[in-house]
Design a protein around this ligand. Structure first.
Ligand code: 0WD
Length: 256
């Protein structure tokens, strides 16, 4: 309950109660943190508001931020600065690719689809890290979500896998830049979880079956598995870790 007491974290990417961002929010809240939520736009406002109310925070901080828009990012972090001042970390749980590019052959990826997937899923981490840095006056921990499809070919993951590879490399370059300010940057590589984003990936169910049969722990992971690792990465317990990708995948990635 005290692990993150007195600490403030920005959570980006809650869409609904199944979102990984929401699992992270619950774990950080249970560890005593104060949370500031950003959501994609008006479409998500009400559902995120309703969810956040269930946490029972003294004040609910909810800020609109579409990461494709630089002004939106600037405005969001200005608002966060006004409302809470210093922050101690940020969880970036945002990705997007067109549904038609998450099935079939990668070779058919369009220029526009490639750019969009990289803009939302990889560049946005760079943009929000830059905006968050001035608020991390006591050091901080930046966390993003990645997937095995960025390290190897996973059927249907296609352009999102290439965007995750860019995201993974960004984690290392950002960690190198921001370490001198005592800001750490890491990623969690989660095993497959049934969320809105996952629904867009072709034949997601068969990936699940394989995980449950073959992963060392013989199970899939859920958002609480990811959330508890996030709480560790946001806490002082992980103070020596930066530029790292931690797999929370029941061990699946170690298999040949
Ligand atoms: O199996 C999985 N679900 C895994 C997900 C395994 C490993 C990694 N991940 C990653 C995803 O790639 C993503 O980076 O975890 C992160 C969170 O994804 P999620 O929790 O699986 O999915 P979801 O609940 O859909 O949240 C992603 C959200 C968006 O939802 P939709 O489904 O509407 O695209 O990212 C947000 C949005 O809320 N998002 C944006 N936020 C701000 N600006 C934008 C945007 N332009 N676009 C999408």
């Amino acid at each position: 309950k005290d692990l993150l007491a007195g600490k403030k974290f920005v959570i980006m990417g809650v869409a609904n109660k199944r979102s990984i961002a929401w699992g992270i929010a619950q774990s950080l809240h249970n560890a005593g943190a104060t949370l500031i939520f950003t959501y994609q736009g008006e479409r998500f406002k009400k559902s995120v508001e309703e969810l956040v109310e269930t946490l029972g925070q003294e004040t609910n901080y909810l800020i609109s931020c579409d990461v494709t828009n630089d002004e939106d990012i600037e405005q969001a972090f200005n608002q966060i600065k006004e409302q809470v001042g210093t922050i101690h970390g940020l969880a970036h749980c945002i990705a997007f690719a067109k549904k038609e590019e998450l099935e079939g052959e990668y070779v058919n990826t369009s220029r526009e689809g490639y750019a969009l997937a990289h803009d939302i899923s990889a560049y946005s981490l760079v943009a929000v890290s830059k905006a968050a840095k001035p608020l991390m006056t006591e050091g901080g921990s930046i966390l993003t979500m990645t997937y095995l499809g960025g390290e190897r070919v996973v059927t249907n993951y296609n352009v999102m896998g290439v965007a995750k590879a860019a995201l993974d490399a960004s984690v290392r370059y950002l960690a190198a830049d921001l370490g001198k300010y005592n800001i750490r940057v890491n990623a969690i590589s989660a095993g497959p979880i049934r969320t809105l984003a996952a629904k867009g990936i072709g034949d997601f169910n068969s990936i699940f079956k394989v995980i449950e049969e073959k992963a060392p722990l013989r199970r899939s992971v859920d958002t609480s598995d990811v959330g508890d690792t996030a709480a560790f990465l946001m806490s002082n317990m992980s103070r020596g870790i930066t530029g790292e990708i931690i797999h929370v995948d029941a061990g699946y990635n170690i298999l040949g």
